[in-house]
Design a protein around this ligand. Sequence first.
Ligand SMILES: Cc1cc2nc3c(=O)[nH]c(=O)nc-3n(C[C@H](O)[C@H](O)[C@H](O)COP(=O)(O)OP(=O)(O)OC[C@H]3O[C@@H](n4cnc5c(N)ncnc54)[C@H](O)[C@@H]3O)c2cc1C
Length: 556
Amino acid sequence: MSLSLSHQVASERPVVVPADRQPVERYDAIIIGAGMSGMYQLHCLRKLGLSVRVFEAGDGVGGTWYWNRYPGARFDSESWTYGYSFDDELLQEWEWSEHFAAQPETLRYCNFVADKLDLRRDIAFNCRIVRATYDETENCWEIELGDGGQARAQFLITAIGPLSAPTMPNIPGVDSFRGEAYHTGRWPHQPVSFEGKRVAVVGTGATGVQAITEIAKTAGHLTVFQRTPNYCAPLHNGPIDAGTQRKIKATYAEIFEVCRNSFGCFIHRADPRSALEVSEEVREAFYEKLYSEPGFGIWMGNFRDLLIDEEANATITDFMRRKIRERVKDPQVAEKLIPRNHGFGTRRVPLESGYYEVFNQDNVQLVDVRETPIERITPAGIETSDADYGFDTIIYATGFDAITGAFDRIDIRGAGGLRLKDKWADGPKTYLGLAIAGFPNLMTLVGPHNAATFCNIPRCIEQNVDWVTDLIRYMSENNYERVVPTVDAEEEWTAHVHETVDRLLLSQVDSWMTGINKSLPGKQVRTVMVYAGGAPKYRERCDEVAAAGYEGFELS
Ligand SMILES: Cc1cc2nc3c(=O)[nH]c(=O)nc-3n(C[C@H](O)[C@H](O)[C@H](O)COP(=O)(O)OP(=O)(O)OC[C@H]3O[C@@H](n4cnc5c(N)ncnc54)[C@H](O)[C@@H]3O)c2cc1C
């Protein structure tokens, strides 16, 4: 099967075969997932003239913003830095109402884009891909859906999300609970009421922090089960007034240029000073300023050495601990909310809007499960080592099998039947976080070892997608049909990714960024999941590879 850019347009193609073994549909490219990555990749490949089919497990576009409908779900990125930047019409027509939009608005945004670009005609919804097999003879990928349906394409592009495979806690009896139970990442489409109810939230990561703050407003009683506290910083959200809206729209080019040149593609840029070269007064005043400002500034716009030098890190860690003690009235509760096993910024920093004050409310109780572990979920509630708690509703804010989880849930087999899960058994190996040796014509958007996993993600999504699109165009123009990274290039990149992470303090801490998930027996050994050299350096390397005729790839 060869790629032809003058192919008939995808919309003229019939829908994919059902399970009854009709002839298998063929496309130039199959994309898995219709979140921000898959939507933009579809748009770009269609513009190249390719026939493309997107398979999406959900029944709508938006990915993260489709699934995560829990109360309090919203951006930590400034809304106006998160949307797509590639189309001026989209930028000028869409109005964000808040600096950090809530999930319903972001989902509306994704639907607005899908409508404007007429994307839905090439997306098959309610279609989960369970298997993807590379056919050496025909140089194509065959995918299989959960219902047995199949399709084939020359290129397979995964846009399956870094945080899209939810994990339930590894606690006996989870299925026995007779009340309502929800995972935040699979929230129902109908409203859920907590009015007067006895509610449990298990988990205090970024999602738990958002959900707890919101649910505490109406729950009759809320019990928070915390294993690992995090250092949470104030979000300082607010509406975007008309004047600011005009200013944002007039300066999008500058906004995106700032993002482009910052480490994580946020508008926050690290301060060039060391935390240790300034006086205590200057340092304290700087931390106070950052704490009073919106967004990730305190994490991404702080002194340059906070995340690499233990002594520097101790200064901000101490500051954040004092803030928790100031905000939480009961000193014993405050001490439980203070992390002891990591410094500030070495795990994903949750942004909050009154989280600590929730623990001053009479209807809220904190249970530290390191002191009194959860032993089982019972039909009536949760049993810890020292008490039985009865609940009407249990909410699992227990996160995701991050970055590689969505890959592991598909049986992906490359050349010679090599299973991706086996290849990555001791941690991911990739080239540029976009391709894998032994897996020809497979591209992995926002995959492991990609700058996108440490990024204001749509900024990196656009870079990933543009790069993949350019590669496919290059192949077409030069009559190549197959592309695969060499083992040497993959080894060199993987070693480099490890170096970028090793110099950071986060490499010494258990978190999803280091591949740890306490709920998954197979994810107890730290590994390197993210590229931590910064988005500008990553982009530079990708551009160099392309300019050198896709150095490190075998093209044939
Ligand atoms: C609660 C929450 C808040 C977040 N906030 C921010 C933020 O403020 N800023 C930021 O930069 N990032 C944030 N993120 C990260 C977010 O995931 C990215 O910003 C972005 O949405 C990723 O887009 P994506 O298209 O790559 O993946 P996703 O949005 O995860 O989309 C992947 C899609 O692939 C589908 N899929 C997966 N496997 C299969 C399969 N086998 N078959 C078919 N379909 C499949 C899924 O159903 C999903 O729709 C947040 C994540 C979460 C969970």
